[in-house]
Design a protein around this ligand. Structure first.
Ligand SMILES: Cc1ncc(COP(=O)(O)O)c(C=O)c1O
Length: 464
């Protein structure tokens, strides 16, 4: 047998079986050896389908997988070289503009991005630039812009404020006001407020912020104080749920105060990681000086992107799903995902140790905490374990279910959360419930409390 026929690869003469970790090795290796090594190391990752922490797409069908592999070499920015992909991007955001009830979808602006974070940066930048133009035109200072948002915003908004010098004014969540709901908004806004962020699907809990109530509070503020403050809706997850499952809920461009909306194509848009969308209400809501022109078929094409190069394949995948599922298919897929989430929430809510964070579900995401009282309202149950211990224990069955503290002013509350996505069947969900019960039973049976893993920096990060 020649050396190259020898398998496993690691038994071949002169073949490296381990590589330096932080330096490019001097000599290369056979492609199959390098492949096998990396393939094996990646096995140490969790199983993406059992990752109930992520919002991001982990399942697509074989046609999508085929399209992906046919298009992984396309650069989204090369509009001139890939005019078909550029045209499809344009069609997709126009479809989304209609989905979100833009008043005049032919007279608006949108774009794909690498995810919701980039889209939020643009939403925030457009609000800031508009405010600056208005203030300059009135001969007023543009020194100290601020933005009002819930303390439960996703970390991308903290980044926006940090990177683009905007003061964040966080409205704390509390037991009474579990989301930003317009309450006390008056004391947070002033003439330097560039906008208010409303979240459709709070990352921590899945709850919708009532965009209409926030808009009404801002209407009232405008009447009394003359401040015209617009809303950006961060619909990273809800933007592709609400149009299908809650079509009568007014959260989008039906509300005149909503200037822009983002979503993640790679969340409930159902595409693999690497895709976000943002759409503005009208072209005027996006200041012209934020737009760059690239050459496109001898003409010019407006573009908006923080990065220059970026994969184009995900845009084709989004278009594939729009054509393949249609409105009806999206309704059915999201509806099924929601049913599975309701089933899981129902089972977990019934268990005496847990208390669901909210009664009903907005998106197929829910959180729970340890029950303070027993089912009959009696005294606190004696428990030797925490949700962090449960999270650890579930990992032994392959499930990844994060536990983490809530943001201010609820940081003493720990919750655990499940994100149900397309691909989590009812069947799989029943197996999860079985494993969850096994884990609780095991933890209950321990003689002594586990050393607290909450102190090991676990928790935050999972959901961010
Ligand atoms: C409400 C919200 N906004 C923004 C983001 C960031 O999205 P992306 O991961 O697409 O950048 C997330 C991600 O979970 C989110 O839940």
């Amino acid at each position: 047998m020649s050396d190259l026929e020898l398998n496993p690869l690691f038994a071949r003469t002169d073949e490296a079986t381990s590589f330096p970790r932080h330096r490019i090795p001097e000599a290369g290796s056979l492609p199959e050896t390098a492949y096998q090594l990396i393939h094996d190391e990646a096995m140490l990752d969790g199983n993406a389908r059992m990752n109930l922490a992520t919002f991001v797409g982990t399942w697509m069908d074989d046609h999508a997988n085929r399209l992906y592999s046919e298009a992984f070499d396309k650069n989204m920015i090369d509009k001139d070289e890939y005019p078909a992909t550029a045209e499809i991007e344009d069609r997709c955001w126009r479809m989304i503009a209609r989905l979100w009830n833009a008043p005049d979808p032919d007279h608006t602006m949108g774009t794909s991005t690498v995810g919701s974070s980039e889209a939020c940066m643009f939403g925030g930048l457009a609000l800031k630039r508009r405010w600056q133009h208005r203030r300059r035109a009135a001969g007023e200072s543009t020194e100290r812009p601020n933005i009002v948002l819930s303390s439960a915003v996703q970390v991308c908004w903290e980044k926006f404020c940090n990177y683009f010098d905007v003061e964040p004014r966080y409205v704390p969540v509390s037991e009474e006001h579990r989301v930003l709901d317009g309450h006390d908004l008056d004391s947070y806004v002033d003439e330097n407020t560039i906008g208010v962020v409303a979240i459709l699907g709070v990352t921590y809990t899945g709850m919708y912020e009532p965009v209409a109530a926030i808009a009404a509070a801002l209407d009232d503020i405008e009447d009394r104080r003359g401040l015209d403050i617009r809303i950006h809706v961060d619909a990273a997850s809800g933007g592709m749920i609400a149009p299908f499952l809650q079509p009568d809920l007014e959260w989008d461009f039906r509300l005149p105060r909503v200037a822009s909306i983002n979503t993640s194509g790679h969340k409930y848009g159902l595409v693999y990681p690497g895709l976000g969308w943002i759409v503005w209400r009208t072209q005027e809501d996006l200041p012209e000086d934020l737009v760059f022109r690239v050459s496109y078929l001898g003409g010019d094409m407006p573009t908006l992107a923080l990065n220059f190069s970026r994969p184009g394949a995900q845009v084709l995948l989004q278009y594939y799903l729009f054509l393949q599922l249609g409105m009806d298919g999206y309704r059915r897929v999201q509806g099924t995902t929601m049913e599975v989430a309701r089933y899981l929430a129902g089972e977990i809510g019934k268990m005496p140790d847990f208390e669901l964070w909210s009664e009903d579900l907005d998106i197929p995401v829910f959180a729970w905490r340890l029950a303070v009282e027993d089912a009959s309202g009696g005294a606190r149950r004696e428990r030797k374990w925490t949700l962090y211990d449960l999270s650890d224990r579930l990992r032994m069955h392959g499930w990844q279910v994060p536990a983490y503290p809530m943001p201010d002013d609820l940081s003493d509350v720990t919750v655990q959360r499940i994100v149900v996505r397309n691909g989590m069947s009812h069947d799989l969900a029943t197996l999860f419930v079985r494993d969850l019960r096994t884990c609780v039973h095991y933890l209950d049976g321990l003689a002594a409390p586990l050393p607290s893993s909450a102190d090991c920096g676990q928790g935050r990060g999972f959901h961010h």
